[in-house]
Design a protein around this ligand. Structure first.
Ligand SMILES: [Zn+2]
Length: 237
């Protein structure tokens, strides 16, 4: 390699490092400004925050950077317990999701579990295509299954954007259903009557939430193979 080429490489690396430092330092600066703003609103804000959390809501949303739970709902730190993954999928073999759900429902005693999808979701769009994306294809297959379950309706939508947005809605509804099938939710319903599971879709173009009206607060419509006997009933047999 000639000395000219070596020099060029050094200059390029320096520029990259400068940009890297800038984007990182902006986060530290942003944090300091947030602390200052919060203390301006309430000088005891962090003292109260450090004491513990009593969120009323569990948010299961997409990892997409444009749908942060607190900002979308106008809530503060401490008010929403959050789990996010690509395309807000709730799979009953996902130990991470189940742990978050169990802690939120049985320890924090949240009153609302919200599955929040968003129109234009890249994960749902990828699942609707035939392209390979690598490891993520295994995760997206759960959404392909949602497509198959609703293919009669979806195959009749000719506009691709409309089809994607309808699949986004159906995916949220199916994930609400998946949560209701879990023993965690069903056992909680046997103990208390203040736990609801909701399905939302966020419109990135307006910021507004669409409530899909699929709220469940009992196992009544689960279908008989999904409805579980109570733990006490099982023990009595
Ligand atoms: Zn998404």
């Amino acid at each position: 390699m000639s000395s000219t080429e070596n020099k060029k490489q050094v200059i390029d690396t320096t520029n990259i490092k400068l940009a890297q430092a800038d984007s990182y330092n902006a986060l530290i600066k942003g944090n300091a400004e947030w602390v200052e703003r919060k203390l301006g609103e309430d000088s005891d804000f962090f003292k109260k925050l450090a004491k513990g959390q009593q969120p009323q809501v569990l948010w299961i949303g997409c990892s997409d950077s444009r749908v942060p739970a607190n900002e979308v709902t106008g809530t503060k730190a401490g008010e929403v317990f959050v789990h996010r993954n690509i395309a807000n999928v709730c799979v009953h073999s996902d130990m991470n999701m189940l742990s978050v759900l169990d802690y939120a429902v049985n320890v924090l005693k949240v009153k609302h579990v919200i599955v929040a999808g968003h129109y234009g979701c890249g994960g749902v769009a990828a699942a609707m295509s035939n392209k390979q994306f690598g490891l993520i294809d295994n995760w997206l297959r759960h959404i392909k299954d949602v497509y198959r379950l609703h293919s009669y309706e979806l195959d009749r939508i000719t506009d691709e954007t409309q089809k994607l947005n309808r699949l986004v809605e159906l995916n949220v509804s199916e994930q609400v259903y998946n949560l209701c099938k879990t023993s965690i939710i069903q056992n909680a319903w046997m103990e208390r009557h203040d736990l609801e599971v909701h399905g939302w879709v966020i419109n990135l173009g307006t910021g507004l939430v669409k409530d899909l009206k699929v709220t469940s607060s009992s196992p009544n419509n689960l279908g008989y193979v999904y409805e579980l006997d109570g733990v006490n009933a099982v023990a009595a047999h």
